[in-house]
Design a protein around this ligand. Structure first.
Ligand code: ZN
Length: 677
């Protein structure tokens, strides 16, 4: 019986993979549409959109509009002067009447492409400010040759005022050098140029929020999630993101399109969408919690969405939510995979290698599905995650569960566009590892993401009296490590074979080899030489890999090998490595459950931050020689309502824009925020 389950499921997954790639080659779908600096821009394919019933297509369309209107918010949240700079650059780009073939113009265009990609002038991942490859004198000449009427001068009193503000910001490397600094400085707010705080110190901000949550409130709202904290004339107050408050113009449009969406949605989704609108209109975070509960409990709606101030990774204090939206619908075939996992959630929780006191005695409604993304926006655009688990509030997750998704058409685009890059040949030393990665790499990646999102983040519980904010700036990294370890540990469990999700331990071997190599080596391709690892997911991977390397040293579990002058990292003992994942999960769960700040800090600072400069240099050189871009992002398809006699009869989907066209179109049609907010 069990074997049949496996063969059926595994065969259908493989068949799906094959049919995807064959129907893509049939219509010459081009995955990669642009490439610049360290980035490639891809398209994703919205499988099954044409087959949706009209009502669901319409719902996708309205949610798509609600998503696109949030783009300016993300620019402004990232940095106060981003909109001023973007609008000036775009005015130049579209009206400059001089030579557009010379090298400096190309450098200018590249800079603008980078600003679009990062939703601002700081790198979307590394957070450092971009250095323009054109001179200030050239910039001044561009300004002179362009239509100044289109410059966002009004916010600065005059064109001169605008330029006097933004020119030094663009060209002086010492001004606003980083969007996000979380370690190694006295005051993380002072060192970070994100726009979530203004005019106050880290300790003032911490003190402002410290007293807010009532000590024994079991259901605290996410204090500070939807506001900017400002100190003016000696007074500290929140500017709330809401209709009538900060970002009102964009939020009004978002509400307008959400109401349209509610107009075609069925219950309970209709009420859920209207709850979100009510929250945007009031800024009341209790309503946001109510929305999240209704959203989490609605597992039946085929079309679904994320829309809101959501992830706090861009705030050095881990409190403010970056605006994002993802519109999607369920991929029925692939969802069988995650349904199997979530149906067994309690079994995984009961057998987790953690202190039984920190296991959830009753895992509440972990719903997991595989989705097809239809629109990406805000913080999720153009660079986007491949899996999501929401909502973020701990008490909602505990009482109502969470919704976990894996985005298969994004994973597909990554895999398709990466084919034939020569990466495995360059970095994977052993033939048997390369063969396993080729055969089981995708299924291992997908399952690891499924378990990370569906079970990992939702697992475990806090010790009595622990509130959940104790780990401070180390919390994101440790939380990602906890979810990754849960996934890595269970990927090698017999239970997955029994459930028919994998054929054998070989899938885990493929994933372990890739994971360790990435954590200790290849992921450094994304970091500039001399810099530390700062992003939480990257820190987490390094932390796990380095900790296991050290712990397994006596048994040579993981080994560095030098061959022909090149360094390789290999796993010698996969079973022992799995034991180490379990051992580490035990400790990381303990740290979270007990709120042990010092132990968490020690783990992150010792294993996750510093890179060996020689190794770093080697990785960058080997990457460069392959011409592989370390980052990818995506443009969206275009949706158009087809109307006959004033009635919607269809929604058309097209994949025809270039990257530049899409960015200019969004700026021209979905940009109504003031230049300074
Ligand atoms: Zn995660």
């Amino acid at each position: 019986m069990k074997k049949i389950t496996f063969i059926t499921l595994f065969a259908s997954l493989m068949a799906m993979a094959v049919s995807c790639s064959s129907d893509n080659s049939a219509d010459n779908f081009k995955w990669q549409i642009d490439s610049f600096d360290d980035v490639k821009v891809l398209r994703y394919k919205v499988h099954g959109f044409e087959e949706l019933p009209l009502q669901q297509k319409e719902l996708v369309y309205y949610l798509n509009q609600a998503a696109l209107w949030g783009r300016d918010i993300m620019f402004d949240q990232n940095f106060k002067y981003n909109l001023a700079i973007r609008r000036t650059l775009e005015a130049i780009y579209t009206t400059y009447n001089g030579d557009k073939e010379c090298a400096e113009w190309k450098s200018f265009e590249k800079y603008l492409k980078k600003v679009w990609f990062a939703n601002g002038i700081h790198h979307h991942y590394g957070n450092d400010k971009f250095a323009p490859e054109f001179s200030e004198a050239y910039f001044n000449a561009l300004v002179e040759g362009s239509n100044a009427d289109l410059f966002p001068s009004e916010a600065f009193g005059s064109k001169e005022g605008l330029l006097a503000t933004i020119t030094p910001i663009i060209f002086d490397a010492t001004l606003y050098p980083s969007r996000l600094v979380q370690a190694g400085v006295d005051d993380v707010l002072k060192a970070s140029s994100m726009n979530y705080y203004e005019g106050l110190t880290q300790s003032e901000a911490e003190a402002f929020y410290a007293g807010m949550a009532a000590i024994n409130d079991p259901r605290p709202i996410s204090y500070g999630l939807n506001s900017k904290l400002v100190k003016k004339n000696g007074r500290i107050y929140e500017q709330t993101y809401k209709v009538g408050g900060m970002y009102s113009a964009a939020l009004e449009q978002i509400c307008y399109w959400l109401e349209k969406a509610a107009g075609v949605a069925e219950e309970p989704q209709k009420s859920t969408i209207l709850k979100l609108v009510e929250y945007y209109k009031t800024g009341n975070l209790r309503l946001f919690d109510e929305f999240n509960i209704a959203w989490t409990e609605d597992t039946a709606s085929h079309v679904d969405f994320v829309n809101g101030f959501t992830e706090d990774y861009g705030d050095p204090l881990g409190r403010k939510g970056a605006w994002e939206s993802i519109v999607n619908f369920k991929s029925l075939e692939a969802s069988r995979r995650t349904e199997l996992i979530s149906d067994n959630a309690q079994w995984f929780e009961d057998h987790a290698p953690i202190n039984p006191a920190f296991r959830k005695s009753e895992v509440k409604g972990v719903s997991a599905k595989v989705i097809t993304a239809a629109t990406l926006a805000g913080d999720a655009y153009p660079a986007t995650p491949i899996g999501i688990n929401l909502p973020n509030a701990d008490w909602i997750r505990k009482e109502h569960g969470s919704k976990s998704v894996t985005i298969d058409n994004i994973t597909e685009a990554y895999a398709e566009s990466g084919k034939g890059s020569g990466f495995d040949e360059e970095f994977v030393l052993r033939k048997e590892d390369r063969e396993r990665i080729k055969e089981f790499g995708s299924i291992g990646d997908n399952l690891h993401t499924d378990i990370h999102e569906c079970l990992g983040h939702g697992s475990g519980q806090l010790a009595p009296g622990v509130k959940g904010g104790e780990l401070g700036k180390y919390s994101s990294t440790l939380e990602e490590a906890r979810a990754d370890l849960f996934g890595l540990y269970y990927l090698g469990d017999d239970k997955l074979v029994e459930l028919g999700l994998v054929p054998s331990f070989d899938v885990a071997k493929a994933q372990y080899a890739e994971y360790i190599m990435n954590g200790m080596m290849t992921q450094f391709s994304r970091i500039e030489l001399g810099k530390d690892v700062v992003e939480s997911h990257m820190q987490n991977r390094k932390l796990i890999a380095e900790w296991c390397y050290e712990q397994g040293k006596a048994d040579n579990v993981i080994e560095w090998i030098v061959k022909d002058g090149k360094r390789y990292v290999v796993v010698n003992d996969f079973e022992k490595l799995r034991e180490l994942f379990g051992k580490m999960l035990y400790e990381v769960q303990r740290i979270k459950s007990e709120g042990d700040f010092e132990a968490g800090k020690a783990l992150v600072e010792n294993y996750a931050v510093k890179i060996d400069p020689e190794l770093h240099k080697e990785v960058l050189e080997r990457y460069a020689s392959l011409g592989i871009k370390p980052y990818s992002g995506f443009i969206n398809p275009i949706y158009t309502l087809v109307e006959e006699d004033g009635k919607v009869v269809d929604v058309k989907i097209e994949y025809r824009e270039s990257y530049i066209e899409q960015m200019l179109y969004y700026s021209a049609n979905y940009s109504n925020l003031p230049t300074l907010n």
